[in-house]
Design a protein. Sequence first.
Length: 239
Amino acid sequence: MFEKDDQIVRFSLQQRILNSLLLTTRFLNDPGLLYGKMGILLVLVEYNKLYPDRISEDYIGELIEELWDDIHDELPFNFSKGLCGIGWGVEFLIHNNIIEGEGKEICAEIDWKIMQTDPRRIKDLSLENGMEGLLRYVLVHIGHALQQNKSLPFDETYCYDLFQTVNVLMQSNSKCSSIYYFIKQYVAFYSSNERPEIKLFLDELVTNVSFDENKLWDYSLGLRCGLAGILLKNMILNI
C-alpha cells in the first residue's frame, strides 16, 4: 500500500505478486520451466494477455534474452530445471506469437543434447525428472513440426528407442496414471503416424499450495509451487 492525496491505496493480491516477480525474477540463476525463469516468463505472457498495459513488452523481451544467455551445456535433460522444460517453453512462446521462428530450428541444440540421453535407461517416470516430462516435450515438439510440414526434430534411432521404452510402459502402467496419456499419444504417433495433440496448458504444471498473502516474501518465485503458479491460479479463478 502507499499514500496518495491523503488516501491509502491498496494493491490487489495479483498486483503484489506481479510486482514481486518483476522485481526479483531477473536475479534467478535457474532458467528452468517449473522453478525458474522460463515458467515465470510464461505466466507473465499469460498475464499480459489479460492486462496488456501492466507489463512492458521490453521487459518480456529482455527476460527472454537473459534466459537464452542462461542456457548452457551442463543443464540436465529433465523437465523441471533442464532442457525438456525449456524446449516446452519455447514451443509455448512460438504458439502464443511471442517469438518468431520454428521450434525445430530454435531448439536444435537442445534436441541434440536430449538425444544423448538413452530413453531406454530412464527409470524415473515423473514429470519433473523422468519420462513424463520428456514425453510432454517430445510430443508437443513433434506435433508442431508436423503441423508446419517439417521433418521430425529427433532422429529415427532416438524415436525408435523411445517407442520401445513407452511400449513396455504402456503394458505396466495404469490408465489412471498421469503418464499414461502421453505414453498412448507417443505409441499412436510412432505406430500409426497420428499427429500428437499440442497440449500447452500451464495450469497442469502447478501444484496446490497453501498460501498466506501476509507472508508473500516467504514463497519461492516459480511456476510449480511458487508465486508464478499462485498468480496463474488467481488469474484463472478471476476469469
